[in-house]
Design a protein around this ligand. Structure first.
Ligand code: ZN
Ligand code: FE
Length: 248
């Protein structure tokens, strides 16, 4: 049995994710960007229940819908402690914990950097990870709270997952990330990916999810730092790139 994932747009450029454990029918969502979009999607899928909300970090476009969805469905909310800054949270999760959605194990991984307590959820058996605002197709999250060293550590925990791992990012920022990537130089791998991305966006299709292999080959926030040999130099290079993107 396995974990089924449904990806759908919410708010301006967020993605919502509905997770269904096929063995038990248990339902969770990753973050709660927009209650109405989530309820409509649940109905469209023929689901009229929501068992759990799994938050990744405290930002309002991720935890802002917690209260309403809990009230509507009686969902239990799990996430990092920082969520309590703005929203209800029933159970605190920390890196190393395992959340069980029916028979599916979701390993909680430390993705601190975008916010200090940002976590991700890794379905090892299914080869997929929910990485929210840590890594995006050709991009990465802004450093609102963490240091370049912390974020580089988080990115390394993602890039050391198996190459075929599917990465579910929480935003459609890909065209803007692509422009920044191209400004740094291009190669055959980036050109090929650029073509696919532009075609998808012209058709109004999502560029999320991507894979670890695709990001390692073309995401400038990985490609350039990984040319350095040690962690300190990689983190420094990453920090330079992040600053350049902030001003791009
Ligand atoms: Zn965020
Ligand atoms: Fe966000």
């Amino acid at each position: 049995m396995s974990l089924k994932v449904d990806t759908f747009p919410a708010l301006k450029d967020n993605y919502g994710f509905i997770l269904r454990d096929e063995a038990t029918g248990r339902i969770a969502i990753i973050d709660a960007p927009e209650p109405r979009a989530i309820s409509e999607r649940l109905s469209a899928l023929g689901l009229d229940r929501l068992d759990y909300i799994l938050n990744t970090h405290w930002h309002p476009d991720h935890a802002g819908g917690n209260a309403l969805l809990k009230k509507r469905y009686g969902a239990e909310i799990f996430g990092p402690r920082e969520v309590t800054r703005i929203a209800p949270l029933d159970h605190v999760l920390a890196p190393g914990d395992v959340f069980r959605l029916g028979e599916t194990a979701l390993e909680v991984i430390d993705l601190g950097g975008h916010t200090l307590g940002h976590i991700g959820y890794y379905d090892r058996a299914g080869g997929q990870a929910f990485v929210a605002d840590t890594i995006f197709p050709l991009g990465c999250g802004r450093l609102f709270e963490g240091t370049p060293q912390q974020m580089w550590g988080a990115l390394q925990r993602i890039t050391t997952l198996p190459d075929e791992t599917i990465l579910y990012s929480a935003h459609e920022y890909t065209l803007s990330n692509l422009k920044f990537a191209e400004s740094l130089g291009s190669d055959a791998a980036l050109e090929a990916r650029a073509k696919v991305i532009r075609e998808k966006r012209e058709r109004g299709e999502a560029t999320v999810p991507s894979t670890v292999a695709e990001e390692k080959a073309t995401n400038p926030f990985l490609v350039y730092p990984l040319r350095e040999t040690d962690f300190a130099a990689q983190a420094a290079k990453f920090g330079e790139l992040r600053k350049a993107k902030d001003q791009f």
